[in-house]
Design a protein around this ligand. Structure first.
Ligand code: NAP
Length: 287
């Protein structure tokens, strides 16, 4: 099967590279053409429009920033909906709301293509190592066809059910991610303001039951107060927006999600959007 890839940002590049390095032919498109270079260097073919990718591929993967980015790729001139989609499988890895995913599924499947949602849990290093967790929503048969590719990208795929369910699962796990980020930031801030040595506080968290792979991956950032993005804070703020909208839709009161949304928005307004989500810590230091 020939593979297509649309969206080569922080996550798209390492994921598409894994498929290419596993020996699959990969056709790539990115709005900013220069970002196709790491793939082209490994033998992928860069094409100028989403339509060209569709024409030359059987399964097309999308890894785009958000719902408006997916809409743009769908609706632009020579975009997905202007392409011969009959018989193709479109797999959307982007984090979007369940409602957006259900709506994209309907629009794409009207054309005779199959749509799968497969948002991922895990950041850039995890993607490079092929250790993502894929959260699937959609048709069983399409999941079975895509499974060999999912196995190159992730350590586990969990099929939650119909369209929308994978996106609901992604919002749920990212709420926990946001709260852990916020929790570490407040813990450090409390300890530091009480006069404790930050290095010893980091040692304490690492030795405690609250140590996590996430904390291990980010502790150098807290130590050095430099936050090169693995998961950009602007995307965490975007996801918290989706989470609070989803809570409203389900008439749920999620007080921690509401507080975290405000806190990450504050960090975004303070100019930390392109830094890692752990930079929410700086919004305490800068208050
Ligand atoms: P990113 O680095 O910001 O890349 C976003 C991609 O979307 C780029 O290819 C960008 O193209 C494209 N894009 C944005 N707006 C567009 C538009 N209007 N038309 C066409 N293309 C557009 O994001 P990322 O970190 O790779 O994340 C991608 C998705 O995965 C997001 O939904 C994110 O929430 C989710 N996710 C991220 C992580 C992580 O750790 N980073 C982890 C799990 C899930 P350009 O290059 O032209 O800007």
């Amino acid at each position: 099967m020939s593979l297509g890839w649309i969206g080569l940002g922080h996550m798209g590049v390492p994921m598409a590279l894994r498929l290419r390095r596993a020996g699959h032919p990969v056709n790539v498109y990115n709005r900013t053409m220069e970002k196709t270079a790491p793939l082209v260097n490994e033998g992928a073919v860069a094409l100028g429009t989403p339509r060209a990718v569709i024409e030359q591929s059987d399964i097309i993967f999308l890894m785009l920033a958000d719902g408006p980015a997916v809409t743009a790729v769908l609706e632009q001139a020579n975009g997905l909906l202007a392409s011969p989609l009959q018989g193709k499988i479109i797999v959307n890895f982007s984090t979007i709301s369940p409602e957006q995913s259900i709506s994209f599924a309907a629009r794409i499947e009207q054309t005779g293509a199959t749509y799968l949602e497969a948002p991922v849990s895990g950041s850039v290093g995890v993607a490079e190592a092929g250790q993502l967790v894929l959260l699937l929503g959609g048709d069983d048969k399409a999941v079975a066809i895509c499974r060999p590719y999912f196995e190159v990208l992730g350590k586990e795929s969990i099929h939650f059910g119909a369209h929308g369910t994978g996106s609901s699962a992604k919002l749920a796990i990212n709420l926990l991610l946001a709260l852990v980020g916020e929790g570490v930031a407040e813990t450090l801030w409390l300890g530091e303001r009480a006069g404790l040595d930050k290095e010893k506080l980091l040692q304490l968290i690492g030795a405690s039951g609250m140590n996590t792979p996430l904390f291990q991956g980010k502790q150098t950032m807290y130590r050095e107060e430099r936050f090169p993005a693995a998961f950009p804070l602007r995307l965490m703020a975007k996801d918290l927006g989706l989470i609070t909208e989803e809570a409203k839709r389900l008439t749920l009161d999620l007080p921690l999600a509401t507080t975290a949304h405000t806190q990450y928005q504050q960090a975004l307004q303070n100019g930390h959007g392109d830094e890692d989500m752990a930079a929410v810590y700086l919004s305490f230091k800068q208050q």
